[in-house]
Design a protein around this ligand. Structure first.
Ligand SMILES: Cc1ncc(COP(=O)(O)O)c(C=O)c1O
Length: 347
């Protein structure tokens, strides 16, 4: 097969002076968990990145179509994001939420302004799994209901609690998990029982949620978790009307609707800033990670003031959540998406 050639690009990678690929392979094999997975039979070693490209140790350039697993939202080492990161690193590298610091406050306001309805209270954490853990806790506390409905073919994380929400055998270890979690049929218009040409497919798939509520729970549920488009499960776009009907059933059973925007948020779907907007719904809790920080460990849970109040029953603390550097990066990412009109890059 003829290799495609890349268009010219005005960036000269630095000369690489670190350990060789062979040495890195040996170090990884000897000192890192064997559970790590690589892609391709001959994985490349990435030593530098700039905007849409990454470079290997020989200075060879690759187009990063994967975006660091849907994480590089505005480009590798985006100059403005780096400038803001540096400025913050040189000013205040760490402070926790037991003191006031300005960046977290300004960032929370800016992020909240991106969300519809009453979704205006932010809790910052470090990863998508942590964000979903927290959302699960909040929903169960708020509703006093334990049962949760998620979707088959979903991915919500690999922590003890989120492994239960995740529904792929490949990511679920053979040990006890998923207590109180039920998985409804994935609304997959290409592989599911109702096809992409069935105008009623949305409500038909959602009927399985009603069925679970009636026959697998006490009739009351704490939450419904759904990615707005299933990502790890293969970019599954739900049929029109699916989330609307699903949310109706869940709310009628006392539950909260949680949108996992870890992959679909921050304008990634083009026309809308959030994936759930494509389905015309407003969730009660939104979880976000990956693209929020363009590669730094930053994630968030955004909800309403009333739901957020539940966490005040005890102390909930996260050492790095909302640290000044991650928040400075998050803020810069929001600015870049806006100023460089990233959503308009959809066509
Ligand atoms: C939709 C979704 N939710 C949650 C997660 C978990 O995020 P993290 O790996 O940051 O814990 C992922 C990760 O791939 C994801 O794709």
């Amino acid at each position: 097969m003829k290799k495609p050639s890349l268009p010219s690009f005005d960036h000269q990678p630095k000369a690489y002076t670190g350990p060789s690929l062979e040495d890195v392979k040996k170090l990884r094999k000897r000192y890192l968990t064997p559970a790590l997975l690589t892609y391709y039979t001959d994985p490349i070693m990435i030593v530098e990145g700039f905007m849409q490209y990454v470079y290997d140790e020989k200075g060879r350039r690759y187009l990063d179509v994967f975006g660091g697993i849907v994480t590089i939202s505005v480009g590798h080492c985006h100059p403005y994001v780096i400038q803001k990161t540096k400025e913050q690193l040189e000013t205040l590298q760490h402070a926790t939420t037991i003191y006031y610091h300005p960046v977290i406050a300004e960032y929370a306001r800016m992020l909240a302004e991106k969300l519809p309805g009453d979704l205006s209270v932010c809790y910052f954490v470090n990863s998508g799994s942590e964000a979903n853990d927290l959302a699960l806790l909040m929903a169960r506390l708020y509703t006093h209901n334990f049962e949760v409905i998620a979707l088959r073919n979903a991915y919500h994380g690999g922590s003890a609690a989120t492994m239960g929400l995740t529904a792929h055998s490949t990511w679920k270890y053979n040990y006890p998990h998923s207590f109180g979690i039920h998985h409804a049929v994935a609304p997959d218009p290409f592989r599911g029982p109702w096809g992409h040409d069935d105008p009623e497919a949305g409500p038909k798939y959602a009927a399985d949620i009603k069925n679970l509520i009636d026959y697998a729970t006490p009739g009351r549920v704490g939450a419904f978790f759904a990615e707005s488009i299933q990502g790890v499960g293969g970019a599954v776009v739900y049929p029109d009307g699916y989330l609307k009907k699903a949310f109706e059933y869940i709310r009628a059973a006392g539950g909260l609707c949680i949108s996992d925007e870890v992959q679909t948020g921050f304008g990634r779907t083009g026309y809308h800033y959030w994936g759930f907007e494509n389905q015309g719904v407003v969730p009660d809790i939104v979880t976000m990670a990956k693209g929020i920080g363009n590669g730094v460990p930053l994630a968030a849970v955004v909800t309403t003031p009333e739901i957020a109040q539940e966490l005040t029953q005890r102390i909930h603390f996260n050492t790095f959540g909302g640290n000044p550097v991650s928040c400075a990066v998050g803020l810069a990412v929001l600015e870049v998406i806006e100023e460089e009109r990233w959503q308009a890059h959809r066509e």
